[in-house]
Design a protein around this ligand. Structure first.
Ligand code: GLU
Length: 554
């Protein structure tokens, strides 16, 4: 037995499975030509970042637009970052947004798919089999350096002004330990980590083709990277190499902060004898800092909107968030949407190559506009159901009021909806309570303040007159004709044009008369179609509100 084999046996005595065994367990996938296999691989932090949702959408769209597979892998090798229920929060975030992975973790302790386990902490035997093989091939070695020794190494590199810092070459104390020395250290029970024996060279460069960014050239890796920590748990670098290989990932799509690690990863894939996947590094999700005006990464600490729960709690529909993210993901999305206003986003012909490589600015104001548009295209039933579902959890008091008479509330949300030019004024479900407060007695607090150009006396007169003439049997034309008819005797013009010709000759125009009626009935200067609102309020309520308004203006 050669020394490497002996060393491998010494380090991994119980490991009897080989990389070939796992090749057989996880054979290449039978997928059509060109199908892409992607993965979303979060750490279980108990928090789904909007950038994570963005990345996951890119994964799913890439896979599904090519007839491939997208799966969810939980990367829990960094135990320090793990928090209880860390997985469930991520999964429920994806469930809420309807992001559907074909395989992988489906909940805490549950998963689906033939390439699992999909949680890294359950894959130790795979990592150890590959690690053992690397040692057998002389491509990895145990390092016994203590943290003190490593910090001395850093100090020395600093004082000598070493251009490249880290554990490599002449600095790598354990790189050339003899088998006897290693045996002795092990016998003494010294803790060890497993390091890659890098074959990189300081003056060589590697070039790789990032699917989003094109050709990227970087110095080769020369660092003897840690593969297994002293507790046998792999580092991210090593775990993702094994996982992306045995899960047969074709496209590693991940955040741009990983670009600098690519040389390491390329060396690792080669050392393990694995075929290199394609890499695509997605742009960061940025925001404009309110104080400095500079663009910066959305921060979990500073920006509440970094967590997807922000949108859920405020009742910003998932459709709006997804729609907006798609506009950030592909510049061609908006054209496609104009041409296909009703199509599901899963039909969008997504192209990874059309992604911008610079950061995407996540702007809540734009999201608001997108959301108004998205909601305006929903049916009354959809809107009713969404509001009820949201309110049940986040505003139970409103839920009771809103759902007490479903037919009434459905009619309410149907005002100015389901027509070719729907009204675009609701952006989130949490706005609805205030928006429609005048339709629900328990929510209604009258406010009869008038615009400056209308006197209380005139307002009272208008309301009084109107109380005598309105009829809910009128159709919309008759309804408006009656308001116009009231104008002249009260000193207002029945149309705006006439008033503009001679503004000093009149108190105002039909718009002012309508405003008074609107304020009397809803306490608002601006509402959706007043005729429809009156139908919902009913004659008795209209009469009583007009009387109250008159009382307050007299
Ligand atoms: N677990 C890594 C992270 O959360 C994922 C990186 C990758 O997608 O490869 O950043």
């Amino acid at each position: 037995m050669d020394n490497n084999k002996k060393l491998a046996e010494l380090l991994f005595p119980g490991v009897d499975k080989t990389p070939e065994d796992f090749e057989a367990v996880y054979p290449p996938r039978e997928l059509p030509e060109g199908a892409r296999v992607t993965r979303f691989a979060p750490s279980p932090t108990g928090y789904l970042h909007i950038g994570g949702l963005f990345g996951a959408l890119v994964d799913v769209l890439t896979a599904h637009s090519t007839g491939g597979v997208a799966y969810l892998r939980i990367e829990d090798t960094d135990k320090k970052r793990e928090i209880e229920d860390g997985v469930s929060a991520i999964i429920s975030g994806f469930n809420y947004f309807g992001v559907d992975f074909d395989e992988g973790v489906t909940g805490f302790g549950t998963e689906k798919g033939a390439y699992g386990p999909y949680t890294q902490s359950h894959r130790a035997e795979i990592y150890h089999a590959v690690a053992k093989r690397l040692v057998e091939n002389g491509l990895a070695y145990p390092c016994f350096c203590t943290s003190d020794e490593l910090s001395q190494l850093r100090d020395r590199q600093e004082s000598e002004g070493a251009l490249i810092r880290g554990y490599f070459g002449k600095w790598a104390k354990c790189r050339n330990l003899s088998l006897e020395e290693i045996e002795k250290n092990l016998a003494e029970g010294k803790p060890w980590v497993l390091r890659l024996r890098s074959s990189g060279s300081e003056d060589k460069r590697i070039v790789f083709d990032d699917v989003i960014r094109g050709k990227i050239e970087m110095p080769e890796n020369i660092i003897d990277e840690v593969l297994l920590k002293s507790d046998g748990i792999p580092t991210y670098h090593f775990a993702h190499t094994c996982d992306d290989h045995y899960m047969r990932t074709t496209h590693v799509i991940r955040a741009e902060e990983w670009i600098s690690s690519v040389p390491k990863h390329i060396e690792l894939f080669r050392a393990c004898g694995f075929r290199l996947p394609k890499y695509a590094h997605t742009p960061q999700v940025l925001k404009t800092d309110e104080e400095t005006g500079d663009k910066r990464k959305l921060s979990k600490r500073k920006d509440p909107e970094a967590a997807v729960s922000y949108f859920v709690e405020r009742g910003i529909p998932k459709e709006s968030v997804l729609e907006y993210l798609l506009t950030l993901i592909n510049s061609t999305f908006e054209d496609w949407r104009r041409a296909n206003p009703k199509e599901d986003i899963s039909k969008f012909p997504f192209n990874l190559k059309k992604m911008s490589s610079s950061g995407c600015l996540f702007d809540l104001v734009k999201l608001n506009d997108v959301s108004k548009n998205v909601i305006s295209l929903m049916s009354a039933k959809q809107v009713y159901d969404n509001i009820a579902e949201w309110a049940k959890v986040y505003d139970p008091e409103f839920y009771e009021i809103f759902t007490a008479d479903p037919a009434f509330s459905t009619e309410a949300v149907n005002i100015d909806r389901e027509n070719p030019k729907p009204r675009k004024d609701i952006a989130k479900w949490s706005e609805v309570k205030e928006y429609f407060s005048y339709l629900y007695t328990p929510l209604y607090t009258p406010d009869y303040s008038l615009p400056d150009n209308i006197s209380k006396l005139d307002a009272a007169e208008i309301a009084e007159k109107y109380s005598g003439v309105f009829s809910l049997d009128d159709d919309k034309d008759e309804w408006f004709a009656k308001i116009k008819e009231m104008c002249e005797p009260l000193g207002f013009t029945p149309n705006v044009k006439e008033y503009k010709k001679n503004p000093d000759g009149f108190k105002g125009h039909v718009g002012d008369v309508s405003t008074v009626i609107r304020i009397a009935l809803t306490s608002r200067r601006n509402t959706p179609d007043l005729y429809s609102i009156m139908k919902l309020l009913g004659a008795d309520e209209i009469k009583s509100r007009l009387a109250q308004a008159i009382e307050s203006w007299k």
